[in-house]
Design a protein around this ligand. Structure first.
Ligand code: PMV
Length: 312
């Protein structure tokens, strides 16, 4: 058998982490960094993980990674005892909470298996496999991460809570826009944070009803602002989305600090992105100059910043 390679895009959630679990629409964008998976013939199954990573991330997620890969192999009817191979993960996407690292890896592995074993799967099938893989990392993923990882671009996504097809529209921005991702360096468990939100929502349905209704308005305005290229409005709406996530207690001091720093430096808007309670924040920083300024300020606080673009 010939060596095969697949890739999956990293993503940032611009609007709607957590809300998306309950069927509200979210907007995510693929970023310019990818995870790659290479499969080569070998005498025994071996996983080599060369992805750049937040310290501690790989160790913390190791059990979930093994389970995720097992789910993908099983869905492809691949038996690693019968047909062993070496699976090498790499690419320039940082393995960290909040950047879709698990979904990018699942998508890359699904694509590499598809090529290696000549399975003939189309993108929709690859997406279903990446979703299977995501289940290994957290029980009930909304599906937004794997969709962005497989298709790339800028997507409007709503989970179909009845189990039917999810809504997915590809959005277009007039031009790609610079963003900065700030990394708290803290690895959070998506499963635990999602579960905590569920418990809090059950405890205080009135408060959560109000927060969810506000978010519903924000995301509709955000779609319009994004497609029209009204970056000031996009930024303002990101700020409001962050406030709601703070109210839901999924932000944390480090995220709030980085969001504050980005805004002080002139970012159009900033919010936490992904699971929260650690992981990453995203700042909208149109123009190279502003992007550099915000990234430097985040680094000045002792955190790692990544410069990339959305709407690519
Ligand atoms: O931390 P991430 O980038 O994997 O994003 C998780 C997003 C949640 O909405 C919190 C969960 C989900 O399944 O959508």
């Amino acid at each position: 058998m010939k060596a095969a390679e697949g890739h999956g895009f990293g993503k940032t959630i611009l609007f709607g982490e957590h809300f998306v679990v309950y069927g509200l629409p979210a907007i995510a964008s693929a970023i310019g960094s990818k995870t790659t998976a290479v499969i080569e013939p070998a005498d025994r199954y071996e996983l080599v993980d060369l992805r750049p990573a937040t310290p501690g991330y790989k160790e913390e997620k190791h059990g979930e990674q093994v389970e995720s890969n097992r789910l993908i192999f099983s869905a492809c009817k691949v038996d690693v005892e019968e047909t062993p191979f070496k699976l090498t993960l790499g690419g320039d996407l940082i393995a960290a909470s909040g950047v879709g690292a698990s979904a990018a890896s699942a998508a890359a592995i699904a694509r590499a298996l598809n090529q290696y074993f000549e399975l003939g799967y189309d993108d929709a099938h690859i997406n279903a496999l990446a979703y299977e893989g995501e289940k290994g990392y957290h029980g009930k993923p909304s599906g937004i991460d794997n969709t962005a990882a497989v298709y790339g671009g800028l997507i409007w996504f709503a989970k179909n809570l009845k189990g039917g097809e999810n809504t997915m529209d590809l959005l277009k921005m007039p031009r790609p826009v610079e963003i900065v991702l700030g990394n708290t360096g803290i690895t959070a468990s998506t499963k635990e944070v999602v579960e905590d939100v569920r418990r809090n929502r059950e405890k205080d349905p009135k408060k959560y009803g109000r927060i969810f209704a506000k978010y519903g308005e924000i995301v509709v305005s955000a779609r319009k602002a994004i497609t029209e290229g009204d970056l000031e409005a996009v930024g303002r709406l990101m700020d409001r989305n962050h406030e709601l996530l703070e109210e839901m207690t999924v932000s944390c001091d480090e995220l709030d600090l980085l969001v504050g720093v980005a805004r002080e430096e002139g970012a159009a808007g900033a919010k936490m992105t992904g699971t929260g309670r650690g992981g990453l924040m995203v700042a909208l920083t149109p123009g190279k100059h502003l992007q550099d300024k915000v990234a430097e300020a985040i680094e000045g606080e002792g955190f790692v910043a990544y410069k990339t673009k959305i709407g690519i």
